[in-house]
Design a protein around this ligand. Sequence first.
Ligand SMILES: Cc1cc2nc3c(=O)[nH]c(=O)nc-3n(C[C@H](O)[C@H](O)[C@H](O)COP(=O)(O)OP(=O)(O)OC[C@H]3O[C@@H](n4cnc5c(N)ncnc54)[C@H](O)[C@@H]3O)c2cc1C
Length: 441
Amino acid sequence: MNNKKIIVAGLGHGGISAAALLAEAGFDVTVYEKKKEGTLGYDWTDIFAPKALEFAGIPMPPEDKFEYKEDMTFFAPTCKKGLRQHVPQDQLEIKMERRDIYEHLINHALSKGVRIEYECEVLGPIMLGNRVAGIKTAKGDVYGDLVIDACGMNSPVRSNLPEYLGIEKSAGRDDKITIFRAFFNKASDVEVEAKFKVMLFAGGKKGVSWVASEEEHTDLLVGRFEDFSKEELYEFADFLRESNPRLGTEIVRGGQFVEIPVRQPLAVMVSDGYAAIGDSAFMTVPLIGSGIANALKASRMLANAVIADKNCEFTAKTLWSYQLEYYKKVGAGLAPLACGRRALLNLTPEEIDYCFESGMITESDITMGADFDNVSKLFDGDPKDLVNKIKTLCKDPELVKKLLPCAAQIGKVVTTCAMMPKKYNKDRVLAWSKVYIYSFK
Ligand SMILES: Cc1cc2nc3c(=O)[nH]c(=O)nc-3n(C[C@H](O)[C@H](O)[C@H](O)COP(=O)(O)OP(=O)(O)OC[C@H]3O[C@@H](n4cnc5c(N)ncnc54)[C@H](O)[C@@H]3O)c2cc1C
């Protein structure tokens, strides 16, 4: 065994997967998780691309633990026109209970020699000079050669790092979506055409909702970019029942409010002795908040950088290849979506209707969003198609006025991502990160 000690703060999906790869490579890896063993996750299912497991060197779960996800049908606010995904078989995502995903990842990591300390709350980083040298926990200080921060969006490690490292501490209100999710009883057996309906700005409320009609229950998710109360939620669910007769009134599973980051990836993900992964590095897809596949993908990239560091220095310089690879393969494709999300929030429900009904957004656009292998190519569309979309857009001058600044901002963000320093130099990286952060303002 390599005598270098790796600390994983929080049992996030990317952290536990990186832990498995590093333990397999001979490192001494311990994960510190605040929750009790067997209590991780939520009481509902999650959807993610199974190719991410393969990428991270994790076997597929047993067949009885997952099913392939239905294609989603997206609806504009008036719900007149639905656009259905046509995801090819080899790109289908899987749906799995969150607790089974955790169990699968944890068992895999344990089989590689990872140790897990449950009920151990991480309080913050330990700094020795400019280096992250360990973590403070409720059970005492722990020192290590590298801290992998997988504590999620509100990580106490990231948010307590010293200012001079240039790592953003928190996500602003606009950078998060508040989600309510619950499985309701199935109120009727009526056949529905779109089993997995995703609705934008339904009922004129700025947000995304879904109603998925399952055999046993109806899965309701309501996401808004502002806080909302249970009373508002119940009112909204009543509104949705008018067009979704299978949505019952009794909550059978879940029923919580949670927050997910929906912003651009963290500008600087590494420093000496430190690397952020998963929600801690804001790796979710900005429009929809999926983050499992990206966290798993990132675990392989981080492990590659750590293993390639033959002198085990684990400095910002040696870990930089992790950030570079993540941005190249994933982050640079996600960052412009953060601009798209903001532009979407500026639109009126009528304008979204127009985008759907005029053909500016098509079934192939909606399908492309599910392409795990091509997330970095989301903006490399067919030029002819783009010209047609621009022509359609020009018919609505108000929409042009709203979307032009977004197009300019996307251009700025794409250029900035391409200009990320290829080699680590502290001053150049900090200067670049300021430009990157500013390009979203
Ligand atoms: C309601 C909901 C639904 C979602 N649905 C999907 C989906 O269908 N598909 C998808 O791809 N993604 C989904 N996501 C997003 C996905 O969960 C995350 O992007 C993904 O899990 C990566 O986040 P993470 O594992 O890094 O962080 P988290 O899931 O936040 O995990 C962080 C871990 O660190 C632990 N922790 C936190 N603070 C401390 C501390 N101080 N000390 C010790 N431990 C700590 C937590 O207990 C947790 O175990 C959903 C998220 C939510 C909230």
